[in-house]
Design a protein. Structure first.
Length: 398
């Protein structure tokens, strides 16, 4: 298996000086302004059935800078403004490729505050990062070192709703190499009572990060709702207080998923999961909060890109495969299986734990696809029913 160089983003928190914070805030505002103006120009051209590409918006930016009204765009680095136009071009490419919706305008209050710098707009020397238009390097908290000899190709500076500043450096990581191949495989069934049930019989508890801070979050949101709409300092403080609680929940959830997915990828050569449509499942009002807190989509995303890094294989079994209703011992299909039934006994006499049985069935279906190279004949409730063999694999190229 040939190794390819992996690019990774290393994110760190930093503490800017007052001058640096002011400069970055101006840059964020200019990036948002340029993005929105370019989007408006392309939208008007779209209404006239004309196409406007990145080169044309770049020429527009040059003309905008010459006007008296927008002369302040010259006060910040030109690179983040050009990168904003490139991001808009990528958004339109996703739209025309039917992979995303039509691009939306950036909001001053709700949109992410960020700016991207390429190599011409920053200097990285001796562990110090200095951005364009700044005299001093950023005061970065190096929670982990960059790879030996790594040089960032792009740097993204952002500020979250809680007021924290972050810098993300994209660089090649030679330490990411395929792991030694093993013959282990595992089926993974996601749930709410337990976050994961493995075909090995192991169950991983659901930490329910949002539930632990639900009372604090509700109290902070009530305080925020009592503040008058506008730009008042009291409302801004209330917003930051609620945002800090959200950030605490998000950070703990991400940390837990990173540790979990890394362990699973290191221990197993093949990982079989279910191809769930979480977007549709969260429409269930009684389960939406718990499903969102479990972060199944984020778990799958982490599992897939780490498997690609380390030479593992992820197989996603079609969502219509009746993993919970199928006996993993004799293969018989149960007529129904309500959600409240957690254990059940098959006609063959085998007693199953619902989640563990589903994980075993997912593993068997995934291995059949991996070995045969095609779907096996599915179990169906009725003739002509939905096929359960639309399995998809995510694998590193050999």
């Amino acid at each position: 298996m040939t190794a390819t160089q992996v690019k990774r983003a290393f994110k760190y928190r930093f503490y800017p000086t007052d001058a640096q914070a002011a400069e970055l805030s101006r840059t964020f505002g200019c990036v948002r302004k340029v993005y929105n103006m370019a989007l408006a120009a392309r939208t008007e051209a779209w209404a006239r059935q004309e196409r406007v590409n990145y080169n044309q918006t770049s020429a527009m930016l040059t003309e905008w800078k010459k006007t008296e009204e927008l002369t302040y765009l010259n006060e910040v680095s030109a690179v983040p403004l050009q990168q904003a136009l490139r991001h808009l071009q990528a958004a339109f490419a996703g739209f025309f490729g039917k992979r995303a919706k039509y691009p939306r305008f950036k909001s001053r209050k709700k949109s992410r505050r960020s700016a991207e710098y390429t190599t011409s707009a920053f200097r990285y020397r001796d562990g110090e990062l200095t951005l364009a238009k700044m005299d001093q390097p950023l005061d970065i908290v190096w929670s982990r070192p960059l790879p030996q000899g790594a040089v960032p190709s792009t740097v993204t500076v952002s500020q979250d709703g809680a007021g924290r500043w972050f810098v993300s450096m994209l660089c090649e990581d030679p330490s990411v190499q395929p792991l030694p191949a093993t013959n282990t495989a595992v089926g993974i069934d996601v749930g709410l009572d337990h976050l994961l049930a493995l075909s090995t019989g192991e169950k991983i508890a659901n930490p329910r990060h949002e539930r632990k801070d639900r009372a604090r979050l509700a109290r902070a949101q009530r305080e925020l709702s009592r503040k008058a709409q506008g730009e008042g300092a009291n409302r801004a403080r209330a917003c930051r207080k609620a945002a800090r609680i959200h950030a605490r929940i998000t950070d703990r959830r991400r940390d837990h998923l990173h540790k979990l997915t890394t362990r699973l990828v290191r221990e197993n050569q093949t990982l079989v999961i279910e191809d769930l449509t979480v977007r549709n499942m969260v429409r269930n009002r009684s389960l939406a909060r718990a499903i969102s807190d479990a972060a199944w989509s984020q778990f799958r995303s982490m599992l897939e890109y780490k498997a690609a890094w380390y030479g593992r294989e992820v197989i996603a079994v079609d969502r219509w495969f009746p993993s919970s209703m199928l006996c993993s011992h004799c293969g018989s299909l149960q007529p129904e299986m309500p959600l409240h039934v957690r254990t059940w006994t098959c006609a063959c006499g085998t007693t199953h734990d619902r989640d563990e049985n589903a994980a075993k069935n997912l593993l068997a279906a995934g291995l059949a696809v991996s070995v045969c190279g095609a779907g096996v004949r599915p179990q169906r409730r009725t003739p002509g029913g939905q096929s359960a063999t639309k399995q998809k694999t995510s694998q590193r190229e050999p």
